[in-house]
Design a protein around this ligand. Structure first.
Ligand SMILES: O=c1ccn([C@@H]2O[C@H](COP(=O)(O)OP(=O)(O)O[C@H]3O[C@H](CO)[C@@H](O)[C@H](O)[C@H]3O)[C@@H](O)[C@H]2O)c(=O)[nH]1
Length: 454
């Protein structure tokens, strides 16, 4: 191990090198964290693949961007090529700055790339693992990784400290469906292979949201909850320039879908998005389309280009007086729009945090990965939405979906959900406010980097 002493003058708080896993849901929260660090006087460099690079991200919010070549990463090669290329890129950035005033002092890496911690430690740097999914989900993975929960799981799991009893269908699918998700399970169990060596373990969540499980995890690692990692503008309407709140580049959008929303009444529109990866069957997409028709409500539906083919024939034309289908939108801007009354979501963790932060009730349609467990929390633990029952083929039928939409938007149950969700909205603000739990954890993270290290 290379021994080196990094001395930082008052003006230099350190240089954090961040390595997100190349997928939208992993990259976005880490970029927000990077912006918060940059706003606190740290130099922040994010190393990312071209596949998640959009022009709007470049140099965003004072964060320097280093590109990892696309050739170095294929989804199939997560274990191989991304590790090799990623390690080389990290090293080259460390070397480039080694003897300058911008010497890298810390690596923040996506928790599913534990090899990056080895790079940090071999170079005498502070290493922080960044988890882009909830504490609850990761505590389940931890229990599996240590053999505390044996696989295959054959009955309801009631023994995890800090978590409610979870039926098999409520566990992450990587744990419940071993045949399909073997590679993914290994990746997520691998998060804990060297975690004991990490200086900080950072989660995109906030204390009050997962208080019980966070308490248990703090017995194991230096857990810092720093979320929700969304632009500050959407949390508290504070504008750019307030340094303590991180940077945001908010400008009211002129996009056609925002203009379309502007013409709709408060709480009248259903927003649907299934994130950047989830793939539903043709049958499920058909059921969703028909639920929308039956509900006769306004809707804005994000359908990724490659999924468009699954929409019923002529659906877009036939519903054009009620709905708008787009291939991508600024979700956070949409969720913060007053016209949105319901979010039909695949339950990606970022989508959940965004909906809670912006106070939008959810109808959950989990697809895979952590989404099933997230749906359980939304519906049964937080009371922030409804998880419609699926049939024996795991399809949520149109009638059930329509009923859930009405329950969330119209009838009595909606009042309870709206009250709960509005409490969460307050809680997210409290967490990120000066003195709030996430605010203080970010401060502590920054302070810990200023300790002179040998
Ligand atoms: O039209 C869209 C659709 C999505 N988003 C944004 O893209 C992100 C999507 O993230 P998430 O909701 O977490 O979904 P995925 O992209 O599916 O995320 C993957 O990564 C997450 C974090 O690890 C996991 O929780 C998910 O299960 C996994 O599918 C969010 O910030 C959305 O606001 C947009 O801006 N516009």
């Amino acid at each position: 191990m290379l021994e080196r002493k990094i001395k930082m003058g008052k003006e230099m708080k350190g240089h954090v090198l961040l390595l997100p896993f190349p997928a939208q849901g992993h990259f976005s929260p880490m970029l927000q964290f990077a912006k918060r660090l940059a706003s606190k006087g740290l130099k922040a460099t994010i190393a990312m693949t071209i596949s998640v690079t959009k022009s709007s991200y470049a140099e965003a919010g004072g964060v320097q961007v280093e590109i990892i070549s696309e050739n170095g990463y294929t989804r199939e090669g997560v274990h191989g090529s991304f590790k090799d290329v990623g390690s080389r890129v990290l090293l080259s950035i460390i070397e480039k700055n080694r003897y300058s005033s911008d010497a890298v002092t810390c690596i923040v890496y996506d928790s599913i790339c534990p090899w990056a911690l080895e790079v940090a430690k071999e170079n005498g740097l502070f290493g922080a693992s960044f988890f882009s999914q909830s504490c609850s989900v990761n505590y389940i993975f931890y229990q599996v990784s240590r053999g505390i929960i044996g696989l295959p799981v054959e009955e309801t799991v009631s023994s995890i400290p800090g978590l409610p009893p979870l039926e098999i269908s409520e566990l992450p699918t990587f744990v419940s469906d071993l045949e399909v998700y073997k590679v993914a399970l290994d990746l997520f169990l691998g998060q804990f292979s060297n975690l004991d060596k990490a200086d900080s373990v950072v989660f995109n969540t906030f204390d009050k949201l997962e208080s019980k499980v966070v308490k248990h995890m703090r017995k194991l690692w230096n857990v810092l909850t720093i979320g929700p990692a969304i632009p500050s503008m959407y949390l508290d309407k504070r504008m750019e320039g307030d340094k303590d709140y991180g940077l945001n580049l908010f400008e009211p959008s002129e996009d056609p879908y925002i203009k379309w929303l502007n013409a709709r009444e408060t709480g009248s529109v259903i927003y649907l998005s299934f994130g950047s990866i989830a793939v539903y069957t043709n049958e499920q997409m058909d059921e969703v389309a028909n639920a929308l028709r039956q509900s006769n409500k306004y809707f804005l539906w994000v359908v990724r280009e490659e999924e468009m083919i699954k929409l019923p024939k002529n659906f877009i034309e036939e519903t054009s007086d009620k709905g708008l289908v787009v291939t991508w939108c600024s979700q956070i801007e949409v969720l913060s729009h007053s016209s949105i009354g319901c979010f039909i979501t695949h339950c990606g963790w970022n989508s959940i945090l965004e909906a809670l932060s912006l106070g939008v009730p959810m109808v959950t349609m989990p697809n895979f990965a952590d989404q099933t467990t997230n749906a359980k929390f939304v519906a049964d633990i937080w009371g922030a939405g409804i998880w419609p029952t699926a049939d024996h083929k795991r399809i949520i039928k149109r009638d059930k979906l329509e009923a859930s939409i009405r329950n969330v938007m119209e009838v009595d149950i909606a009042d309870t959900i709206k009250k709960n969700i509005s409490n969460f909205r307050e809680m997210t603000r409290d967490a990120m406010e000066i003195g709030g739990s996430s605010f203080l954890n970010i401060e502590n993270f920054v302070k810990s980097l200023q300790v002179v290290r040998k």
